[in-house]
Design a binder for this molecule. Structure first.
Ligand SMILES: Nc1ncnc2c1ncn2[C@@H]1O[C@H](COP(=O)(O)OP(=O)(O)OP(=O)(O)O)[C@@H](O)[C@H]1O
Ligand SMILES: [Mg+2]
Length: 242
């Protein structure tokens, strides 16, 4: 379980998080929504220890993340994949070499074991034909798939998805949402998904929390938030939102 309690964080002279609490039980996809600049990406960065809270706590399976030393953080990041916005691939490495990066950081696998695992995970996301290509040659949807493969390559228990469908058309987005649902159902991965998209929340989410003014303004199951008349729930999940 990921458990954020009463998180406070000040950045660039502004209070970004002001008492944020979120619980993500194992096996679920928790969707974090909220207006731009409210601290959704900052929240994800607390979960893997890039940021430490000024006040409050971050626990993963009962382990205190801000208290971890470098070695413990490396171990945590092996158990936790991170899908960056737009895939965040390194342009001068092939897709396969991008996907292999976390394995090189986190494991002592041989070259052929790395190659096998990369091939396996590229196949999982429907990209096994594209390992030799370089990021500038591939489409946005393919970049996201490659980013997802990289997030999954260490066989993580958790994946943090930062806007997994930003800039994608509705058809490709739906394929990505299906994939995120499969990752939960077939690989038993627990997900924390940041998105603005109602389609994403309904197609692959279980619970939704909407962040405003540094904490969750509203939280509930996808059905509860869809039916809620809270103004933010209407804005993000109501008819006419996309
Ligand atoms: N390292 C940093 N130093 C200073 N300010 C930062 C830093 N990182 C983030 N911020 C600020 O924190 C605020 C929240 O940023 P964050 O990236 O979490 O927003 P967000 O909710 O993810 O928005 P978006 O939906 O646009 O991605 C922003 O005002 C941003 O400028
Ligand atoms: Mg963001």
């Amino acid at each position: 379980m990921i458990e954020l309690k009463n998180l406070h964080k000040r950045l660039g002279g502004r209070d970004i998080l002001k008492g944020l609490s979120v619980k993500v039980p194992k096996g679920m996809n928790f969707v974090l929504m909220g207006p731009s600049g409210t601290g959704k990406s900052v929240t994800l960065k607390h979960v893997i220890g890039i940021f430490k809270p000024d006040l409050g706590s971050v626990h993963v399976d009962g382990q205190d993340v801000p208290a971890m030393d470098r070695k413990q953080l490396m171990a945590l990041r092996k158990r936790m994949g991170y899908l960056f916005q737009n895939g965040a691939l390194i342009n001068w490495l092939s897709v396969a070499d991008n996907v292999a990066l976390p394995l090189k950081e986190h494991s002592q696998l041989s070259r052929s074991e790395v190659d096998d695992r990369v091939h396996e995970v590229l196949k999982l996301v429907g990209m096994d034909h594209a390992g030799k290509q370089e990021p500038p040659e591939i489409s946005g949807g393919m970049k996201l798939r490659a980013g997802l493969a990289r997030a999954l390559v260490t066989n993580p228990e958790y994946v943090l998805y930062d806007e997994p469908n930003a800039g994608l058309d509705p058809i490709i987005s739906e394929q990505i949402h299906e994939l995120i649902g499969e990752v939960r159902d077939r690989l038993s991965v627990t997900g924390l998904i940041v998105t603005h998209s109602r389609a994403c929340a309904t197609q692959c989410g279980d619970r939704i929390g909407i962040l405003e003014a540094g904490k969750l303004a509203v939280e509930g199951s996808v059905d509860e938030i869809t039916a809620s008349d809270h103004p933010l729930a209407r804005a993000f999940m109501g008819q006419g939102s996309d």
